[in-house]
Design a protein around this ligand. Structure first.
Ligand SMILES: Nc1ncnc2c1ncn2[C@@H]1O[C@H](COP(=O)(O)OP(=O)(O)O)[C@@H](O)[C@H]1O
Ligand SMILES: [Mg+2]
Length: 239
């Protein structure tokens, strides 16, 4: 069975893994430990390291699995509304693409806040996924390669002055492809067609109006391979 057959089960099985690798009880104990809200610093005993924190999520590493991370989305919304979960569903159907993060498991937890009539629910998502690099880890050679191979344009011709500007521009071009639903006629770029295809899948979700496009440099990540660097759409939506 394909993982997405499991994933597209009609009812959301909250508090249980949608698809799972490894023993469930072990896994839960480990996740609760990692997801403790007071857990902020590197803990040599547990071998956990906070790799980065954004507005809705943070990512932790484990020493024994250097190639993957656990991304913990806190205060998420119900799976029928949550923007990151919408992206995850698309990502799981597109695991063949280099532009999409490799997702290994997803768990959804429901938390009650308050009690009685004033009870509110919040949802946490725990995602085991491949470890990726931020734009800060890339050098000029890699930026030059990214612009050449994936956008069909030289970084020089765009007058980009710094690596920070290069990452801004790269994300802005991708974001525009999602917004327009393709490459603008007057754009001076010739992007990789598979990249455009995957971006246009995001256009469909975005155009339904339930999410805001949020594809800036901190939400693009990069896969460094022996054959070159690959851009990965990591976190494209916001409420
Ligand atoms: N796959 C990953 N590998 C390494 N770090 C990650 C990964 N996913 C997320 N991070 C880190 O966690 C931060 C927050 O994740 P992100 O997906 O941008 O969530 P949000 O912006 O909604 O809080 C990122 O800026 C990055 O530093
Ligand atoms: Mg982010």
């Amino acid at each position: 069975m394909h993982i997405y057959d499991l994933f597209e089960a009609p009812a959301y099985d909250i508090k249980q893994s949608k698809f799972n690798r490894g023993g469930q009880n072990d896994e839960k104990a480990r996740i609760y430990k990692i997801a403790d809200p007071n857990y902020r610093k590197f803990n040599p005993k547990a071998g956990v390291d906070i790799l980065g924190k954004g507005v809705t999520a943070y990512a932790v590493s484990k020493k024994d699995k250097p190639h993957e991370v656990k991304k913990i989305v806190f205060e998420g919304d119900h799976p029928s509304r949550d923007p990151y979960f919408k992206f995850l569903k698309m990502a799981i159907k597109n695991q063949d693409s280099i532009f999409i993060p490799k997702i290994y498991s997803v768990k959804i937890f429901k938390y009650a806040k308050g009690s009685g009539d004033s009870v509110m629910y919040s949802y946490f998502y725990h995602i085991e996924m491949e470890r990726l690099n931020s734009w800060k880890n890339l050098n000029w050679g890699q930026w030059s390669q990214l612009f050449n191979i994936y956008l069909g344009v030289t970084v020089k011709s765009l007058n980009v002055a710094s690596k920070s500007k290069a990452s801004d521009m790269f994300a802005a071009i991708l974001s525009n492809i999602v917004r327009v639903g393709g490459v603008s006629k007057n754009a001076k770029i010739a992007p990789n067609s598979d990249l455009v295809d995957r971006l246009v899948l995001l256009t469909k979700i975005f155009k339904r109006g339930s999410v805001t496009l949020d594809l800036h440099k901190a939400n693009m990540m990069y896969r460094i391979t022996p054959y070159g660097v690959q851009p990965v759409i990591a976190d494209p939506f916001y409420y």
